[in-house]
Design a protein around this ligand. Sequence first.
Ligand code: ATP
Ligand code: MG
Length: 366
Amino acid sequence: MTTDTQAPEVLRQHAEDAFAAELAALAAQDDRPRPERWRLSPWAVATYLLGGELPDGTVITPKYIGPRRVIEIAVTTLATDRALLLLGVPGTAKTWVSEHLAAAVSGDSTLLVQGTAGTPEEAVRYGWNYAQLLANGPSREALVPSPVMRAMADGKTARVEELTRIPADVQDSLITILSEKTLPVPELGTEIQAVRGFNLIATANDRDRGVNDLSSALRRRFNTVVLPLPATLDEEVDIVTRRVGQLGRSLDLPELPGGAEEIRRVVTVFRELRSGVTADGRTKVKTPSGTLSTAEAISVVTNGLALAAHFGDGVLRAGDVAGGILGAVVRDPVADQQVWREYVEGVVRERDGWKDFYRAAREHSR
Ligand SMILES: Nc1ncnc2c1ncn2[C@@H]1O[C@H](COP(=O)(O)OP(=O)(O)OP(=O)(O)O)[C@@H](O)[C@H]1O
Ligand SMILES: [Mg+2]
């Protein structure tokens, strides 16, 4: 059952609920012009995403950590008649940014179409309530609007996740929506016209390229913004630390000593294996087949915290993250296992202060 007030026990709150206080403070102090039906000005939307402090001292936590310009361009795009395509390798916060943008612009991040190879046209346009349809024929009441149609009618932000996984003919139904800003309903001899405030954010994964490429006609309707991998070790450590803190609180995990050290270690291992060279630039290492994304680093540390909290001695230790790292690195049991073994023996073994991790890594790969 749905009610207007979110029950606090939901496992994961929508961004607009989880950060309702920040959004309200921003709306109250935002005196810049707002595009029609926007809850906030573009400046305030960017501040919501990037963090900052308001004149009355309210602290806005950063949601996205990365280049300011990326967010500014994304927000600006939403205020134009072009849709926004967030592109990037896995785990670069495409979904996360899309949710927070929709929450800040429209106060609603739930008008979402999940793209899969089986996404039907009804998910993008509209469907029918068959009982109604059979009883009374096609009527407005029998029509089941898609999230995109609802966003058009209400002047809100629609979201399409994993756009390039959607079959090409279904993708194409977005072309009319984005260029004409209308959605014809021939069965009723009518159409839905988008009202001002409507726009669309799509996400797509670099690695899916070639699965269902975007047609050039559709691509032209989008401004593409590429979300980069974190530029430096410190930046990635910062991202993981913040997200692990938030996730840990929502899972009721205690804050454990040792966390900062292990986070730095996990991120160091991920970055070295991802880039194929050690942090000091001296030693080449082989790259495993997995993506080793920031998102995976976050879950390795969160799992490690849970292990330490439930079965450990109250300190996050190398042994609590080693298993998770191994699971993230070794996707292909033969080739990746070899890559990992070489890394452990060639790099981890020699490194100052990493004896505990070396021991734990060997323990786990047996
Ligand atoms: N630069 C960043 N700033 C803040 N959080 C980040 C950043 N990069 C990754 N994250 C975190 O990583 C997690 C995963 O991000 P998300 O699911 O949005 O990735 P994605 O790009 O959609 O990945 P996929 O391609 O697998 O769908 C989120 O919890 C997000 O907070
Ligand atoms: Mg995603």
